[in-house]
Design a protein around this ligand. Structure first.
Ligand SMILES: *[C@@H]1O[C@H](CO)[C@@H](O)[C@H](O)[C@H]1NC(C)=O
Length: 359
């Protein structure tokens, strides 16, 4: 070959190499920047929120980044919503999130949509001090009713790992025990849950888990709790207040607290004893509530109902994408109201003086 040709080919090859290198570096740079801009854990699991019924082709990939959070400006004034109208149930919120009641969904259809997604659902419970006595019942009834047929990982936080009962779990379901220090005040146990859930998500879950539910251990399942409860951010309406005016909700009422909600503000009173959603959403929730709780503590403020107050404040600005009716956390001592056709999960009757280290 002619010498000139060889030089020419070498130059062309060099140019191609440079081009490849440039685009490689540029792409790497873009990825780094986009991670820095987001104050979120990287989304390692593809969270496909499409509702594909078997036998249909998958839809196209997203073209724009879809931030589907429903953040409302602070102190926006509007009429109080309700999940009942007389003895009828209301099945949608004013921000168009479904309110899940018996009769609003088809469990066979929903299960068939979620099964091919091969999802993993984590559940957390805190069995600290004498609350360990509730664990067996919780675990055994979860086996019968909570996401039956799906991969479920239950994380038990306890100060007595040896007392965790051996409950037989179905294939694909696992029990994981995490040690926590014991505490003299139940308020503190309750307050530090957000921190512990945040840490669990960061250390263990984000590569393996799609959805997470954080549940109270002093409760048990009586009926189905399954795929109908899945959503980006999920809250349960408290059974004790859903017919009350919001000025009577036990929100934190001191403006100095970061959990403060004014008498004419708020949607529903949500349970601290059950909430959940996509892993990265619950991560953001726990991180925010924990930061607000700790900032309050720096100023010697403890919100009226600790984490429940902060959770309610969070959900008021960050609207849940799905609201679960009080079927999803009833209280055993409460008579069933006419609109309640089924109780799925319920707090057991307990004597606080007997189980709490302080009252
Ligand atoms: C389903 O998920 C599990 C755990 O993440 C994984 O081991 C398994 O290979 C997955 N199955 C399919 C069919 O993708």
């Amino acid at each position: 070959m002619h010498l000139l040709n060889v030089k020419f080919v070498t130059v062309i090859l060099l140019l191609i190499l440079l081009g490849v290198l440039y685009s490689y570096i540029f792409r790497a740079y873009r990825i780094v920047v986009s991670f820095e801009q987001k104050d979120k854990i990287p989304v390692d699991r593809a969270h496909d929120s499409s509702l594909v019924v078997p036998d249909q082709p998958a839809p196209h990939a997203d073209f724009r980044a879809h931030d589907s959070s429903l953040v409302v400006p602070d102190h926006l004034q509007y009429e109080q919503p309700s999940i009942v109208k007389g003895n009828d149930v209301v099945t949608v919120t004013p921000w168009l999130a479904p309110v899940v009641w018996e009769g609003t969904f088809n469990p066979v259809l929903l299960d068939s949509i979620y099964r091919p997604k091969n999802i993993t659902i984590a559940a957390t419970v805190f069995a600290v001090g004498k609350y360990i006595m509730f664990l067996r019942n919780f675990l055994e009834t979860a086996e019968q009713h909570f996401f039956v047929g799906f991969r479920v990982h239950v994380y038990v936080f306890t100060d007595q790992p040896k007392e965790v009962p051996m409950v037989k779990m179905a294939a694909g379901r696992q029990l994981m025990v995490r040690s926590v220090p014991s505490s003299k005040r139940w308020q503190e146990i309750s307050a530090r849950r957000m921190e512990m859930i945040q840490t669990l998500i960061e250390e263990k879950l984000f590569k393996s888990t799609d959805y997470i539910f954080c549940l109270d251990v002093d409760s048990k399942f009586h009926g189905r709790w399954g795929t109908e409860s899945l959503g980006r951010l999920v809250a349960v309406v408290h059974p004790g207040y859903y017919r009350d005016k919001r000025s009577r909700f036990p929100y934190e009422r001191r403006p100095a607290s970061r959990a403060y909600i004014a008498p004419e503000e708020g949607d529903f009173y949500y349970c601290g004893g059950a909430f959940g959603g996509l892993l990265q959403e619950v991560h953001l929730l726990t991180k925010t509530c924990r930061a607000n709780f700790e900032a309050d503590a720096q100023e010697d403020i403890e919100a009226a109902w600790q984490e429940e107050s902060h959770l309610n404040r969070y959900m008021w600005t960050n609207k849940p994408s799905k609201v679960l009716s009080p079927e999803y956390l009833w209280q055993d001592f409460k008579a069933k109201n006419p609109e309640i056709q089924i109780i799925r999960f319920s707090g057991v009757v307990k004597n606080y003086a007997e189980i709490r280290p302080n009252v």
